[in-house]
Design a protein around this ligand. Structure first.
Ligand code: AGP
Length: 607
């Protein structure tokens, strides 16, 4: 997820663009750039945050009345200056900033290179200006539309033409673009936070639409060049929530981003025809996958919990023994690694010290290593040299939410792929693939339960001790739910296997110790109903998460959180989203510092 902003008007564009970019940094901040038109293009790029770009622009003393700018969250191509946007065609006639993922960029790039185009970056986005230049004679709108029709994937773009000063074309498909209407000037950006200091009058573009923008007017067209009328919207919310996209905290913003984040993780990776998955970043042939006879998953915190769910997936779907290791433990215990062991570190940040050390230990012992990470070019990703990027967009809140569910989705994709290199049939693979494709929609259904979950969280806001219990692949979800609650609200919460309570912890139960029971309809759920009865017999209040219209639990408790009925493979993701919302609402009710909880850091780069 990246941030784009463009301006055309009667004022120097550089300051407006930099101000807009700074408000979009929550969307990505590993590199940034801008392009200004003043007779010719002046392009300035940096790695790092927008403030680095501002310093460089000041030193270069460039400006113009029209410009485009970009702050990047790398997906294709490491966070290097050459990969920063804007990108231009060979002839320097077209400049583009892009937010999204172009799935067919390799084929397009190869075709363009055969026609003599020279590429500078490793990005997918760079094909866009080259394509536009290919189609551009004297009609810029037609050239942009023709180029965008070639793309598979998602885009939000702003485009400038060197020989058409004052003109900017914006377009979207799958990535947001909003047009800001000023007096004698107009803008376009990824979201209103970049526009609100300039104007509160905006037009929201829909997928498949483009806006032809000059300082005097804005015209909307379809890609077929059919004019569109669209009402002007007025932004009323307070700019002090800028950077959180209108949400009160990054945590709730990232919880609600999960349908989009999951769609980005999954995009182009489910192969319905083959009943398989495509994870080219693993760089492994089916034969190499078939040779793997054990998977070890080192991780920490939430990444350890997602690994525990992956353990179930790999064994159930791919028939491969898998074990999760607390990374700090793995690195010091001289682990047994054979040549056909795959070590699969999971790390959102890609910088966690213990997980990085586990990677280095695995490499010393000759393991095949591949990382699951959310940060392109992170240390763990680079030292593994292969793996699966989440494409979930930056996760700012210390409490991991969207990265966690996207890690689980990535593990499910990997299990499907490895399973198909073994005994998993095409038909079973198609069924699992269809379930993976449904994840964004299933999660949206859970988000729609927010008011119910909020009410229950408020009801229990005075309690200070909780148990989360689950079975099977929901046991790791119980651990993650307890971690979320601990992290953001500072109350004591324990995740436990439901069958374990009677082996000791049950002595803690009582009317001041609520139990959150994960009672989705998955194998072993009927046993969990018995565990609920055990808890009620010790006077613990029970909050139950159930799937679909399950009526079994209603006789035990009125505090029921419903998630959509799904397979056991999707249940961990839908259930954890309900627990994320519970933890957020509980902490908000207790007025905790949700995005930066006390004593914690987003990335633990020390032992
Ligand atoms: C998750 O909510 C926590 N902030 C923490 O446990 C985190 O998952 C852990 O530090 C691992 O981080 P990583 O995924 O970036 O390696």
């Amino acid at each position: 997820m990246c941030g784009i902003v463009g301006y055309t008007g009667d004022a120097p564009a550089a300051k407006l663009l930099l101000d807009g970019l700074s408000r979009l940094e929550y969307r990505g901040y590993d590199s940034a750039g801008l392009c200004l038109l003043n007779q010719d293009f002046s392009t300035v790029k940096t790695v790092g945050k927008v403030r680095n770009l501002a310093e460089k622009v000041r030193d270069c003393q460039v400006d113009g009345l029209v410009g485009i700018a970009h702050t990047r969250w790398a997906t294709h191509g490491a966070p290097l200056e050459k990969n920063a946007h804007p990108h231009l065609d060979d002839g320097g006639r077209v400049a583009v900033v892009h937010n999204g993922i172009i799935e067919n960029y390799m084929a397009l790039r190869s075709r363009l290179e055969k026609r003599g185009h020279k590429f500078i970056s490793d990005t997918d986005s760079e094909v866009i200006p080259h394509l536009i230049a290919e189609f551009y004679d004297d009609d810029p709108v037609q050239a942009v539309a023709a180029a965008l029709r070639q793309l598979t994937g998602t885009y939000g773009v702003c485009v400038l033409f060197r020989d058409l000063p004052g003109l900017m074309i914006a377009a979207r498909s799958g990535s947001p673009v909003i047009v800001g209407l000023g007096q004698g000037s107009n803008m376009a950006a990824s979201d209103v936070t970049a526009l609100i200091t300039h104007t509160r009058n905006v037009i929201y573009l829909n997928d498949g639409e483009l806006a032809v923008i000059t300082p005097e007017k804005v015209e909307l067209r379809t890609l077929a060049n059919v004019p569109i009328e669209r009402e002007i919207s007025r932004i009323t919310w307070d700019p002090d929530t800028i950077g959180k996209g209108g949400y009160e905290h990054f945590m709730i913003k990232e919880i609600f981003e999960q349908p989009e984040a999951l769609a980005n993780t999954i995009r182009g990776r489910v192969l319905p025809d083959d009943g398989s998955a495509k994870l080219s970043g693993l760089n492994m042939t089916p034969r190499e996958m078939a040779m793997i006879n054990r998977i070890v998953i080192p991780g920490c915190g939430s990444s350890l919990h997602s690994g525990l769910i992956g353990e179930y997936y790999f064994e159930d779907i791919a028939g491969i023994p898998a074990e999760v290791e607390q990374a700090a433990e793995f690195r010091y215990r001289n682990p047994i690694i054979e040549p056909n062991t795959l070590v699969l570190p999971i790390s959102q940040s890609g910088e966690t010290a213990d997980t990085l050390a586990a990677v280095r230990e695995a490499i010393h012992k000759g393991a095949v290593v591949a990382a699951i990470s959310n940060v392109v070019g992170s240390t763990i990703a680079r030292e593994c040299g292969r793996g699966v990027y989440l494409h979930a967009g930056p996760e700012i809140s210390v409490a991991s939410t969207k990265a966690f569910t996207c890690q689980v989705a990535a593990l499910l994709l990997m299990s499907l792929l490895f399973g198909r290199s073994r005994r998993l049939s095409g038909e079973d693979g198609r069924e699992i693939g269809a379930e993976i494709a449904r994840l964004p929609e299933l999660v949206q259904s859970v988000l729609d339960e927010f008011p119910t979950i909020e009410r229950i969280a408020k009801k229990y806001a005075a309690f200070n001790d909780f148990f989360f219990i689950g079975r099977g692949c929901l046991y790791p979800v119980a651990l993650e739910g307890a971690l979320k609650l601990k992290e953001v609200s500072y109350v004591h919460a324990e995740g436990y296997h439901a069958a374990e309570l009677k082996h000791g912890p049950m002595s803690l139960l009582g009317d001041r110790v609520p139990v959150i029971a994960l009672a989705n309809r998955i194998p072993g759920q009927e046993k969990l109903l018995g565990n609920i009865e055990e808890c009620l017999a010790r006077r613990s209040p029970v909050i139950a998460v159930v799937s679909g219209e399950d009526a079994n639990v209603a006789k035990y408790t009125s505090d029921i959180i419903r998630v959509p009925a799904s397979s056991r493979y999707a249940a961990p993701i839908t259930t954890v989203v309900a627990l994320q919302i519970f933890a957020y609402c509980f902490a908000r009710e207790r007025k905790c510092d949700i995005d930066q909880p006390r004593n914690l850091a987003k990335s633990v780069t020390v032992e």
